[in-house]
Design a protein around this ligand. Structure first.
Ligand code: PGA
Length: 251
């Protein structure tokens, strides 16, 4: 049985004051949410203050990115150990916005994921196809090669802890969600690939769906057998909406 993981990706939203106000509203709303892992990835600037506001709660702190090096002359970058120092339990890597706007390759994502594991942080590795790739029938090819490349250095002994997020690019921030059936079809493919790569640990790896997850579609998505959680952008900015997502209901 995989424990669902619901994570907020705030992207470039919220000042420190807004992040702390969110925590004050959100933490009481999810205090009795049992059997799920909950995480929030604020901008780097809010990690410290949000981490303090979440201390002692059932909501974990996450980062949106990390540099693969542990220290050195890398102006503007943040090392995994610095994130661990602030109490981050997870870090998102390979988000499609970073792949497309900042040219991140699978090789770079693989190095980030390995460096995070080494620092005691669980990477949330994102993969997903563009609309053009889907329409050309290349979804499995694209997602498969992203998985192979981005997970190249995951230590097999730690693989069960890994989180993968399948986020079709055409569904991110567009209000156009994959249907539960479309998402499940790709999640099942991802699961097979993870089993081939990591053996039995592939059954323990949690695979989140991301792309316009909202209170009104989360229940149907979470009912699918290989959808183990959600990575939520827009709807995670509102405490009531994100708490409803955390409290998804499956029949
Ligand atoms: P969205 O973003 O929920 O706003 O579509 C998801 C993501 O990019 O992680």
């Amino acid at each position: 049985m995989r424990r669902p993981i619901l994570a907020a990706n705030w992207k470039m939203h919220k000042t420190t004051g807004e992040a702390v106000a969110f925590a004050a509203a959100f933490v009481p709303m999810v205090v009795d949410a049992a059997g799920v892992d909950i995480a929030i990835a604020p901008p780097f600037t809010a990690l410290d203050r949000l981490g303090r506001a979440l201390a002692g709660s059932n909501v974990s702190l996450a980062a949106q990115n990390a540099n693969p090096e542990q220290k050195g002359a890398f102006t503007g970058e943040i090392a995994p150990g610095m994130l661990a120092d602030l109490g981050c339990r997870y870090a998102i890597v390979g988000h499609s916005e970073r792949r497309s706007f900042y040219g991140e390759s699978n090789a770079l994502v693989a190095n980030k994921a390995a460096a995070l594991f080494a620092a005691g942080i669980v990477p949330i590795v994102c993969v997903g196809e563009s609309l053009e790739e889907r329409e050309a029938g290349r979804t499995h090819e694209v997602v498969g090669s992203q998985l192979d490349g981005s997970l190249a250095h995951v230590p097999v002994a730690r693989a069960a802890e890994l989180v993968v997020a399948y986020e079709p690019i055409w569904a991110i921030g567009t209000g156009r969600t994959a249907t539960p059936e479309m998402a499940q079809e790709v999640h099942a493919f991802v699961r097979r690939r993870l089993r081939e790569r990591f053996g039995a640990a592939g059954d323990s790896i949690r695979i989140q769906y991301g792309g316009s997850v909202k209170p009104d579609n989360v229940d149907d998505l979470m009912a699918e057998p290989d959808i183990d959680g959600a990575l939520v952008g827009g709807a995670s900015l509102d405490p009531a909406a994100f708490s409803r997502i955390v409290r998804f209901e499956t029949k």
